[in-house]
Design a protein around this ligand. Structure first.
Ligand SMILES: [Zn+2]
Length: 148
């Protein structure tokens, strides 16, 4: 047994060892992730969460002391985590950058069909169209293409 000191008879682990086991067991982690994913897949859950967070942030922004606490935490994060060599290395790794790019385009270009995103980027980068104009052009093109 991984816990040499279970508190009660019949118990497998003490409280501390049990917490450690629950936090590190791959099977438990997998089930936990699945449970979270199932919850977030329910209709309305994400929207409700977004709305709740928006309200929380409204309150925080209205309170200078809370905002200062946030800034303080940001400075702490930068000094103690984000500039740590192992973290910097991970941040700059090609696979991390790829993953980040995929997440960003999935969010920012969620209205643009995947196959049209390069064309959309080209339009916006060429400065011939604003993002809104480019979106309208692309969606028009998309409608024509699926009608054809
Ligand atoms: Zn223990």
């Amino acid at each position: 047994m991984d816990c040499p000191h279970p508190k009660s008879k019949g118990a497998k682990r003490c409280k501390s060892c049990s917490a450690k086991f629950m936090a590190t067991d791959p099977e438990i982690q997998r089930r936990r992730r699945e449970g979270i994913a199932r919850h977030h897949a329910k209709p309305g859950v994400k929207l409700e969460y977004r709305e709740r967070m928006r309200k929380v942030m409204e309150k925080v922004k209205a309170d200078p002391a809370l905002m200062e606490k946030r800034r303080e935490h940001g400075r702490w994060l930068h000094a103690n985590v984000l500039t740590r060599p192992d973290v910097v290395e991970k941040t700059l790794a090609p696979e991390t950058r790829e993953k980040r790019a995929a997440t960003l385009s999935a969010t920012r270009m969620r209205d643009i069909p995947g196959a049209y995103r390069d064309e959309y980027r080209r339009l916006v980068a060429s400065k011939k169209a604003t993002a809104a104009e480019a979106k309208a052009i692309i969606l028009e093109q998309f409608k024509r293409d699926i009608a054809a």
